[in-house]
Every structure is written in C-alpha cells, then in structure tokens.
Design a protein around this ligand. Structure first.
Ligand code: ARG
Length: 681
C-alpha cells in the first residue's frame, strides 16, 4: 500500500466511523425514549444510511486486512528468521523490502505480542527525501485493530511503540516517526556501497528463494490454424515469465500445449488423401496450411460423402492406425515449421507437448472420474461441476455425446500429469482473459477430484485483446487477419527506416546495423506488449513503439548504449574500475547519485514481485525508472571533466562505476524481458 493509499484508507475509515457513530448516537437517544424523531422525514434515510455505513465499514476493514496481508513471496521470507547482522554477509543480492519486513515484524511482535499475524506494511517512500527511503505504515491498521479490541490508542503512539522495539539493523541508518503515524526509514549508505561493489565485481545475482518446479503453459497455437496475435502475446508474456523464474533458479518447464488433436484432423486427413495420394512416400508440398484447412473445411461443409469419410478418418486416427497417424504427423510437422520460424526470430525456447500427448492418459482420467462418481449425465454428455452443491458457471464437458474428448478433458488430464508426473509446484497458464473461467473450472474440478491440494493452484495469466490503431480488432488494411511473419517483417522494415532516418547507417558497420535493426524491431514489439498491464486490451502501433521518447524499447535501448559509451569514451577498462572500487569505492555523495543507487538496489524486490504476481509491466516501469534516475544523475554530475580543447582533466571513477552498475542492472532487465541489447545503435 502506498503512503497515499494508506492515508486515503485511513481517512475513509475515520469518516465512515464518524458517521456511523453519529447515527449510533441518534439511535441511542431513541432507545432512551427520545421520541422527537416521530414524524421526522429523515428517519428512514438515517436508518438506511446506517446500514450502508456499517456495510462500508466492514468492506474497509477487510480492505485493510487484504492490503496489509503479505503476498506469498513475503510469507516465504517470513520463514527466514535470520536477521542480517553484518552487511558483509550479504552476497550481492538482497531484497531490502523483505529484510525491512523482518525487522519490523520483530518490532511489531514484541511491541504487541497479543496480536495474531499483525500487518507488516513496508513501502518505498515517495520522491521527497523528507519521508526517508522506505516507510513502515503498520501503525494505522494496528491502531484500528487495537481500537476494535477496545484498547485506547492512536497511530502515532503505536508508531512510537514499534520504533522503540525495532532491532538495530545494518541496513538502517535511522527511523523516524512522522505525520499521522508513519515510520520513515533511512537506509544506510554502507549497505548501498557494499551491494553496488558486489554487482560491479560479480554481476547481478538473484535473491535467494526456495527452488520450485514451475510449469509454464504458453504460446500454444493450434495446428493447421493460424498463429494469431493472441498467440503472439502469449508467447511474449510466457517467455518473459519463464525468464524471470529461470533467473531465480527455479526449475522451469516451458510447455507448448499445441491444439494438435481433435475432430478437425478427420477432414484434413481425408483432404490430404485426395490431394496427395502418395503422401506416405512423397512429402506433400503444403506451403499454405491455412488455405489447405479452408479447402477441406469447405468440402466438409458442402459434401456429405466427404463428411462421412472425414468422420471415419477421425476414428481410424484415434484408434492409432499407422497410415492415419503418419498423415496426422505430416500435417502437424508443416504447422510446427511455421511456428518455429516465429520462435526463432523471437528467440523463444519451448517444448512441444500438445493435446495429443494426453491421449492415453485421458482414458484413465475419465475412468477415474466416472468411478469416483464425479461425472453427471447431461443430454448424452458427461459433465463435471467444480462444486456439485452449487452449480455455478459452466461445468466441464469431460466426454461428448459421441464419446469424444474435449479441450476440457485434455486440460483436466494435463493438470493431473503436471501434478503427479512432473511434480510441479506452480502451474501457470498464459492465455487471453476469455479463458479465465475455463481455467478456474479446471482448478475447481481438479481440487474436487483431489488432484490439486492445499496451496497448489492454477495460476491463470490472462491478457487482453490486441487492437489496431482504429481501436478495432487488429486487421490488415484490406481487412484480413494479420500473418505474424508479415508483422515481424514490417517491424524489421520500420526499425531500419528509423535507424536510417537518424543517420545510423552512416556510423554503424553493416553488421552492427543489422543487429540494431533486429534488436529494435523485436525489442519494440515485445516491450510494447510487456509494458502495459497485460489484463487490458492494447493498441498495436508501430509508430508508438518506435518512438524514441518515453517508456519505449527504443528509448531505453538508446539510454543503455549511451551509458555504455561513457566508459568507452573515457577509455577506462573494467580492471581499472574494479581496482578503483577496491581502493576508493563508491561515494554516493550527490543527491542524484544516492537516488540512482537506491533505484538500483530495488532490483531484487521488483523481480520477486514479478515472480509472484506475474505482471511484467512493473519490471518495464522499473527499467524506465532507472533510465530517468540515470538521466538526472548524468545531467548533474560530471563523470569525466574535459578542458576547452576536449582533453580529459579529471575522471570521477566512482561515478563511472555507478554507470557500469546501472548498465548491468538494465541489461539484466532487458534479458528478462527477452530483449536483446546492442553496444552501438
Ligand atoms: N490452443 C489454445 C488456444 O489457441 C490455447 C491452449 C492453452 N493451454 C491450455 N492448457 N489450455 O486458444
């Protein structure tokens, strides 16, 4: 909760309380026999206001509870009791926020031992140095809790009590009580210089976390159908989620849940047999599988004979008939090659494990669900409700009336496989928000069937629709759906235009120009997607994403190359910087240096937050924040001083060191976003 949120919440709570109290007083009077209200036209209104306010109060109290309850990552750290006593024991990466939570948890627990699970609310302070670097905003909610237990107190008093019990920590220089009961925390500079030196020397290390097996189901296009912009979003977001988790050393399984099974293969195989009778010996030259799909669909819809044959093909395929399996494999292969082109360009690693993988397992799962009595008959189908008592939403269709399986069947089977065979700890699915209900039903049914237990759950990473600049569904000018390869090609062309427009073709070698072109093209497409809150729809605009101002990949890539060039022009080697780091170290004297340093120190907490809520835009915002803090620093602080004729007269090594660390943190962020950086552009 930000300071502002906390203040608002506090204000709204006291307002609501005040009004509720007024009404209680009125009612009290009435109870004591004051009947002057009779005939008062406001009575009904007052009574109903009272109800509303009570309701509102309950909501606010709940909001406080939710807001202040720690997220899972923090819970994890709560189990880590060892408070840091010595800065030198920190090996390069520490989540300051978590450590401050440790400190204040101890303080709060010892100040108020009777409170069960008290809220430990720590936030980064705003820009005003008066508010310290971080804040503990626990005093307000704790004072509320105490008041509800009839303890007379106020937030300031609570804050002071917490302060008195706070253990000393080498992270903290001082703590102050301010305003209505905020605890302002000032970080110790020695901590910052230690961590920055570690980064300079050893690179960026992930903060320590408990290793988990995480299964990420993403991209997942459908065979013989086009891979559309929705799949592109899933690919970009999913890849980046994997990268965050891999950086934290989790065991990540990247799965492509391809739509590679189903009745559509009947008509495709039947059509294949007609068009390429010798497909078994000569690989058919299907270059345009979508057109092939359309042709077969047309025949299926118009020709009864063909339709019958298509159905029999499905049966043959599902019974594992060799020729049919071969035909199916052939068709899948053509699609896969198409998808692979996209993955290669975007540098995506993924393992194909389509719906067909679960074929035999589906039989077992269906039998099991049937035997345990979870399935109900419904007009010939077998369905399953997440909650048999309360039929909410849509049930899963586990078996169709013709005996076939569905998308639901493969997903309930897949989650069982992922829990029991893969032994996953987290199960992440990246699809458009439209599939949210589907996955929540899978979660509910899997829980009911005992597949998912305890805090194992399906995490649906939903995203909005891609819109064109006209805010309508993203289409080409002629109204066709956009082919992804063509979209990427256009990105390449536009990015080259942009570089040429800036005259970069005259300074870069052809090799460097090509690298810059690709980094910008794919980088801007990925960044535009990742930098928006994924839940929202987003407008695809090359003009916007190629803008070199604002929070765009182009701006940030330029910022990074500029930082890189500072050390290059000063002609200072890495060895020299390390030497200087050992002898004189970081100074962080100027206000903007200290600010930049603090932003850089936030990296672990940003990463941990993203790894828990899976919202990548906060990482993009962080990257932008670094670039702004850097610009501010670079505007105000000389790194290298030159005389009138351009000769270097003084080198500020500690600032060059800060540049280097900034570049390292930015590069790591880019890497996690799946964006390639270049040293020149
Ligand atoms: N193939 C599906 C589609 O295009 C996405 C699959 C997502 N993953 C899953 N396990 N259902 O919509």
């Amino acid at each position: 909760m930000s300071e502002l949120d906390a203040k608002l919440l506090e204000k709204r709570t006291t307002d609501a309380e005040k009004q509720a109290k007024q009404i209680e007083e009125e009612l009290d009077k009435i109870a004591k026999g004051d009947l002057s209200f009779i005939g008062d036209p406001n009575l009904d209104k007052l009574l109903s206001d009272n109800e509303k306010l009570k309701h509102r109060l309950a909501i606010l109290e709940n909001a406080i509870k939710v807001e202040s309850s720690p997220n899972p990552v923090i819970k994890e750290s709560r189990k880590r009791p060892n408070l840091i006593m010595d800065i030198n024991s920190i090996e390069g990466s520490i989540c300051i926020l978590d450590e401050l939570k440790n400190v204040f948890e101890i303080a709060i627990m010892s100040a108020y031992p009777s409170l069960e699970d008290p809220p430990v609310v720590i936030t980064v302070s705003g820009n005003n140095p008066k508010f310290g670097d971080y804040q503990c905003n626990s005093a307000m909610p704790i004072s509320q809790i105490l008041k509800s237990k009839n303890v007379k107190t106020n937030p300031r008093e609570v804050a002071n009590n917490i302060l008195n019990k706070a253990p000393t920590s080498p992270l903290i220089e001082k703590i102050e009580v301010a305003g209505a009961g905020f605890l302002n925390i000032y970080l110790n500079k020695a901590l910052a210089t230690h961590i920055l030196s570690c980064i300079l020397r050893y690179g960026i290390k992930p903060p320590p976390v408990k290793k988990e097996k995480v299964i990420v189901d993403f991209s997942s296009p459908n065979i013989a159908k086009e891979m559309h912009v929705g799949h592109l979003r899933s690919t970009i977001i999913g890849d980046s989620i994997c990268r965050v988790l891999e950086f934290l050393n989790h065991d990540v399984l990247r799965l492509n849940h391809l739509g590679d099974w189903g009745t559509q293969f009947g008509m495709l195989i039947a059509h294949l047999q007609d068009m390429f009778p010798n497909y078994k010996t000569h690989s058919p030259p299907i270059s345009d599988l979508q057109a092939f799909y359309k042709e077969s669909k047309k025949r299926f819809d118009e020709d009864e004979e063909f339709k019958k044959r298509a159905y029999s093909c499905v049966v043959q395929l599902q019974s594992g008939q060799t020729d049919y399996i071969a035909a199916w494999k052939l068709i899948c292969e053509v699609s896969r090659q198409e998808f692979q082109k996209i993955y290669d360009r975007l540098d995506i690693q993924i393992i194909d494990r389509g719906e067909s993988f679960y074929q035999s397992r589906m039989d077992t799962v269906v039998k099991e669900l049937k035997d345990k009595g979870y399935l109900e008959e419904d007009e010939g189908r077998l369905i399953m409700w997440g909650n048999p008592e309360k039929h909410e939403g849509i049930p899963l269709t586990v078996v169709k009336s013709d005996g076939g399986y569905t998308y639901d069947t493969s997903d309930i089977t897949a989650i069982k496989q992922r829990v029991e065979e893969e032994k996953g700890d987290r199960f992440i699915y990246v699809t458009d928000v439209g599939q949210y209900t589907h996955f929540m039903t899978i979660d509910a049914c899997a829980r009911r069937a005992g597949i998912l237990k305890g805090n194992r759950k399906i995490e649906h990473v939903g995203f909005g629709v891609v819109l064109g600049e006209d805010k309508k569904k993203f289409k080409t000018r002629s109204g066709d759906t956009i082919k992804l390869i063509e979209l990427l090609d256009e990105g390449l062309k536009r990015s080259l235009d942009k570089l040429v427009e800036k005259g970069r073709d005259k300074v870069l070698t052809p090799e460097e120009l090509k690298q810059a072109q690709e980094a910008v093209a794919y980088g801007c497409i990925k960044y535009a997607d990742l930098s928006h809150n994924r839940i929202n729809d987003y407008i695809f605009s090359f003009d916007k994403m190629l803008d070199d101002k604002g929070n765009t990949a182009v701006y940030l890539l330029y910022a990074l190359t500029r930082i890189r060039s500072i050390a290059r022009t000063a002609q200072i080697s890495n060895e020299k910087l390390l030497e200087e780091c050992d002898t004189s170290g970081f100074k962080l004297e100027h206000e903007t240096e200290w600010k930049l340093a603090k932003v850089l120190l936030k990296f672990p907490e940003v990463i941990l937050k993203v790894s828990s809520d899976l919202y990548l835009h906060s990482l993009c915002e962080y990257l932008y924040e670094i670039s702004l803090a850097f610009t501010d620093f670079y505007d105000k602080c000389y790194c290298v001083e030159k005389d009138k004729s351009g000769n270097i007269v003084k080198i500020f090594y500690e600032r060059l060191m800060l540049c280097e660390v900034t570049a390292k943190v930015m590069e790591r962020c880019f890497d996690i976003l799946g964006i390639k950086t270049v040293s020149k552009m």
